[in-house]
Each structure stands twice: as structure tokens, then as C-alpha cells.
Design a protein around this ligand. Structure first.
Ligand code: 4AZ
Length: 526
């Protein structure tokens, strides 16, 4: 790289000599109807200066950085018909929107290898792709290349973005990088007889533009981009067209969504990527690099940006753990690099689930000796299904795996208070718990003093009570014989001097103030 190239570039930019197969800008050619791009808006975009064989660099193309060392452009920009030019025929300029003069933010790069896509056909301009390897990794952010399964992103009618320093409506190329929007067009439009007919090959070409804006000579090799989560993703490489900004003849671009072209562009390039375990707010999640570098020596350093401040200073390592404080779709970026300076980065949106909610339920009440159904209740902030379980005995083990659990007070002496804990788990197995009180009420003893009797005077008569208490209490018995006599215990013996009718009453109390009563009638004969 020689120092004189900056001034050469200026001369070139003014020279309006452009690479490419188109016959020449027509008078009404008008990046046509663009507006100036702002500095730094398209960091992957570069100016490709091409030697025409004279040893100067009068030919102009564009191109896009798709990894830190690979610059994607059009095959026709690197060719003399079917001959691929040597690396010394090129240099790349990046980092400045302005060519007059290119400021110090700009970088010049020599090219060390030219890889023209083998299926390129210089006659039909099918498969118009080439890749230049830069002498060193560029510090600019490469643009993401569309994947073959993302066809909806660049469907007919989607508004695409085109940029370049090529010919404007004045007929001259621009010193300022210009940008414009152009709608993606259906293949059928460009294949129609009133457009390109059979010279448009949808297998490797896609077209965009409605005549109001367009790419033009000098823009070749540059990007056709569509919106992608607040950024742009590359879907085409500026290739050719009949004139510029002609409504009947949209601009034609190499079709990066076509599987073969896509595989050639994306397959062998280094790529930063990562995966992660299911993420929940407040729980650590493990993020692991699955980055790929086809060149000798894999990536060896990985640094992470969790707070979206653009600084990869939040963690380092191929596998890291991070705890996201709240649910949502936080942006995570990772930068992978190699000792030789090659690097790649990626930004992904990590879906962080909220925690399931265990509702506050109860308190429940149940009579001693009886049982009550406890119904768990909860929800998932993502609206997904939840599963329930109960710990009824407070031992920390959720032995009952159902939403409805039976709490049995069969062997519990009331009044008493117990705690049951419900657990609500989401599909990923993260759980919330809440406790509910269960109050066990005391119940009165059940009492049966037996059948009525008939006896004679002075005869002893023995009564026996059968009593049971649901609360397992020790019971106390009080009898009255109906004359003055009293008794205690499970049995009582009464005697009557006078004939008549008597009522024998028994009162049974449990230890908790519960009272049960019964009576027996006795008829005493003479
Ligand atoms: C060219 O010659 C060129 N209107 C690029 C794009 C278009 C035409 C010509 C599309 O570089």
C-alpha cells in the first residue's frame, strides 16, 4: 500500500470511470435520488478501487465486509471478462463516507487474495460474486449475510436499502456516500417480457427498485440490505441493470438468499455465534460460544457484552454464566478473536423467562379426623403451562404431584395449625412456592350411652358408654343416675329405691373443651 493512493482515490472519484458491464449511464440516469449517509452508518461498506491495467486505479466498485478479513463484491468488478485480476489490482477503502478528502478515520487495505465465485458467467452475469481477502483484519463491524431460511425478510415489497458512491442523477459519481430505499420486486416482474425477460435468472439474481431510486454505475459490488432487528442484513450484491432508475428495469442484484450463492458466501467464513441454556430472571444462565473459523487456528478469545454498551467487558471465556435480573429479550453480544487479529462478533436476543408465580391461597380449615382438598393455584408470566405439587407435611419434599391434594386430619388432635406448601413449576422446571395455613378444628366426642332399660327397685343397673374422639384425646366421663347418684368412668352402676322413670345422662369431654352427651331412660318397677 503506497501513500499516494489517497490522492489517486480523489482523482478516481472525480473521474467517473466505472467498472461494470452496463453500457453507460443514460442521460436521465439518476445511487440515484439518494441522500447522504451519516458517518459510521454503514461500517461494513467499502470502496473498491480497481486497476484497469494501466497501473492506476480508475475503476470504482463497492463491497461489503462480511467477516473481519473478507470483502464481498461483484465478480464483474474483479474480472477482465472471464479472467480474474490479481490481488495487486485492488485496494479497499473503508471507514469514511466522504471520498473528498478521505479523512483519517478511513482505512486503506491491500488485497491478498481474490476468490471469484466459480459459476460466475461474464456473458449473462449470473452468479456475480467475488470475495477479496484483506491484508489484515478490518476494525469495522461486518454486515450479517441473510440465511436461506429468511426469505420473508426480503420478500416482494419489503423496502430495501441501497448505498454507494456511484453515479447519481447528475450523471457523475458521488464523493459522498449516498443511501436510498428501494422496494424488493417479485422475480416475475423482472422476468416479464416488458422487463428483462429471460435475461433475468432468478436462480442467482434478485431485483429491487421502482424507478424512483436505484443503484447505478460505480455502485456495483455494494450492498442491497433489508431491515433486521434494528440493523441491516445483506440480501444482494449490486450487479447490473438496464440504465438506472427506469421503472421498467429494476436494479439487479446477486441473490444471496439462493442456497448455492449463500453457501459459498457464508459457509467458509469465520462466524461468531453462541447458544444458551434456558434463561430465567434471577437464575444463572450459561452462554456458550459455537463460533466457527475455517482458517488455521480457531478463535481463542471470547468476550461478552451483557449491558449493550458496545463494550465487550462484561465477561470472557468460551462459556460464561450470567444472571439476567428481569424477564424480557435482552441483547447479548459476543466477540470472538484470534491472536492474529481476526475477529467476529454477533448480537443475539436472549429470551429470559419470568419466574412462575405461586398464588397466595388459603388458609384452609378442617375438623379433626376429617380431610380437606387443597387446590394449588399459580401462573406463568409467559402464559405457558405450569405443573403443581404439594408438600403436605412440611418436610421439604413435594410428595403429592397433583394440583389438588387431600389434607387428612385423621390423626391430628385439634385445635392445631399446620402448614402446607404448594409448588408451581413452569415448563423449564423453574418453580415458585407458597405456603398456606391449615387450621384443624377440635370436634366433640361421639357418645353412645346404650339402650333404654327396665329394672326392679333396688336392682343394680350398669351403664356403659361408648365414646370416640376424632382428635385422639383422652376422654373424661361424667354420669348422673337421675336420682342423686353420680359417677365417672366408662361405666356407672345406679340403683333406685323408688319406682318411676329416670333419665341417666353421660357427658364426655375431650382435652380441648369438646363435649359430647347422651342419655338413657330407665323404668323402675315395684
Ligand atoms: C453498474 O454498471 C450498474 N441500475 C449497477 C447497477 C445498475 C446498473 C448498472 C442498476 O455498476
Amino acid at each position: 500500500m503506497t501513500r499516494g493512493l489517497r490522492s489517486t482515490l480523489l482523482v478516481l472519484a472525480a473521474a467517473a470511470l466505472v467498472a461494470g458491464p452496463a453500457a453507460g449511464a443514460r442521460d436521465d440516469d439518476r445511487i440515484i435520488n439518494g441522500t447522504p449517509a451519516t458517518q459510521g452508518e454503514y461500517p461494513a461498506h467499502g470502496y473498491l478501487a480497481v486497476d484497469d491495467g494501466s497501473g492506476t486505479f480508475p475503476l470504482q466498485c463497492g463491497g461489503s465486509l462480511v467477516s473481519s478479513e473478507w470483502f464481498l463484491t461483484a465478480a464483474h468488478c474483479v474480472s477482465d471478462f472471464d479472467v480474474t485480476k490479481p490481488p495487486s489490482s485492488f485496494f479497499v477503502f473503508m471507514g469514511d463516507v466522504d471520498l473528498d478528502p478521505p479523512n483519517d478515520a478511513g482505512n486503506f487495505f491491500d488485497v491478498v487474495a481474490v476468490d471469484r465465485y466459480a459459476p460466475y458467467n461474464p456473458d449473462t452475469l449470473e452468479n456475480d460474486l467475488a470475495m477479496l481477502k484483506l491484508e489484515r483484519p478490518a476494525p469495522h463491524q461486518p454486515i450479517r449475510v441473510i440465511r436461506t431460511n429468511e426469505t420473508a425478510k426480503w420478500a416482494d415489497g419489503v423496502i430495501a436499502r441501497i448505498i454507494g458512491w456511484g453515479v447519481t442523477e447528475s450523471g457523475q459519481p458521488s464523493d459522498e456516500l449516498l443511501e436510498a430505499d428501494a422496494p424488493m420486486r417479485a422475480d416475475s416482474v423482472c422476468q416479464s417480457p416488458s422487463s428483462y425477460g429471460p435475461t433475468f435468472f432468478a436462480s442467482s439474481m434478485v431485483c429491487a427498485g421502482d424507478g424512483s431510486t436505484d443503484t447505478c454505475q460505480g455502485d456495483s459490488g455494494g450492498p442491497l440490505m433489508v431491515p433486521d432487528n434494528g440493523a441491516f442484513v445483506l440480501v444482494g450484491v449490486t450487479s447490473w441493470g438496464q440504465g438506472c432508475a427506469d421503472a421498467q428495469f429494476p436494479g439487479v442484484y446477486a441473490r444471496l438468499g439462493a442456497p448455492a450463492l449463500n453457501a459459498w458466501v457464508v459457509g467458509p467464513r469465520p462466524e461468531a455465534r453462541f447458544t444458551w441454556t434456558p434463561a430465567h430472571a434471577g437464575h444463572p444462565v450459561t452462554l456458550t460460544s459455537t463460533s466457527f473459523n475455517p482458517e488455521a487456528g480457531d478463535f481463542d478469545t471470547f468476550s461478552w457484552d451483557f449491558d449493550a454498551d458496545g463494550q465487550f467487558d462484561d465477561a470472557t471465556g468460551a462459556s460464561v454464566t450470567h444472571t439476567f435480573p428481569s424477564r424480557g429479550l435482552p441483547q447479548v453480544s459476543m466477540r470472538a478473536s484470534k491472536v492474529d487479529g481476526d475477529w467476529a462478533s454477533t448480537t443475539q436476543f436472549v429470551s429470559v423467562n419470568g419466574l412462575p408465580v405461586a398464588d397466595q391461597i388459603g388458609p384452609y380449615a378442617v375438623r379433626e379426623g376429617a380431610s380437606v382438598a387443597l387446590v394449588a393455584s399459580g401462573s406463568d408470566p409467559e402464559g405457558q403451562a405450569v405443573t403443581y405439587a404439594w408438600d403436605l407435611d412440611g418436610n421439604g419434599s413435594f410428595e403429592n404431584p397433583n394440583r389438588i391434594a387431600t389434607f387428612s386430619a385423621l390423626r391430628i388432635d385439634g385445635p392445631a395449625d399446620r402448614t402446607a406448601v404448594q409448588q408451581v413449576c413452569d415448563v423449564l422446571g423453574v418453580c415458585a412456592r407458597s405456603a398456606t395455613g391449615v387450621h384443624i378444628r377440635n370436634a366433640a366426642p361421639r357418645v353412645n350411652a346404650g339402650r333404654d332399660r327396665r329394672v326392679r327397685r333396688r336392682q343394680r343397673v350398669r351403664f356403659r358408654v361408648r365414646a370416640s374422639d376424632p382428635g385422639l384425646d383422652r376422654l373424661r366421663y361424667r354420669w348422673t343416675c337421675g336420682n342423686r347418684a353420680r359417677g365417672s368412668g366408662r361405666t356407672v352402676t345406679c340403683r333406685y329405691r323408688r319406682a318411676g322413670r329416670y333419665v341417666i345422662r353421660v357427658t364426655v369431654t375431650d382435652g380441648d373443651g369438646g363435649v359430647g352427651r347422651d342419655l338413657v331412660r330407665v323404668r323402675v318397677r315395684r
